[in-house]
Write a protein that binds this ligand. Structure first.
Ligand SMILES: [Zn+2]
Length: 149
């Protein structure tokens, strides 16, 4: 079979420089990224059903209503976490790194972010964590990260 034969071939791996101008609009998610530059985390609240989102969104996924911006607390707890040893291009130089799903008090859904800890072996579910913001904003989700409290 062709598949078996292909698996016996050593792949040719080449390195090329890849560089391009890229313009990206955050559109309706812009308030979230602008708030990061002011050391604030924005979530969303649905005025119709009251659901509170830890991940910013402009429309409620339950009832479809347009949401309102809410400021999230900067302290939360680790809901779950994973340490990544392989990554895509953007984070290749950062491996290993830890991602957390953050629980905020009074918020119904989670927020995914990076967690910086000196000893990743000591990270436990339920630990208190606190948001930190990059000094120089680059308008990515990496403008915010968490550390153990
Ligand atoms: Zn709703």
């Amino acid at each position: 079979m062709a598949g078996k034969k292909l698996m016996k071939i050593d792949p040719a791996v080449v390195e090329w420089n890849y560089n391009t101008e890229y313009r990206h609009s955050y559109a309706q998610d812009s308030p979230f990224f602008i708030a990061l530059g002011k050391n604030k985390l924005l979530g969303s609240r649905c005025p119709e059903c009251g659901y509170k989102y830890g991940t910013y969104r402009k429309y409620c996924m339950y009832c479809g209503a347009e949401t309102e911006d809410i400021e999230l607390p900067l302290k939360g707890k680790i809901h779950s976490f994973t340490t990544c040893y392989y990554s895509g291009e953007s984070f290749r130089n950062d491996v290993p790194f830890t991602l957390v799903l953050v629980e905020f008090p009074g918020i119904d859904s989670l927020f995914m972010s990076r967690l910086y800890a000196d000893d990743t072996g000591k990270i436990k579910i339920g630990m208190d964590i606190i948001a930190k913001f990059k000094k120089f904003q680059d308008f990515t989700v990496n403008d915010v990260y968490f550390v153990l409290e």
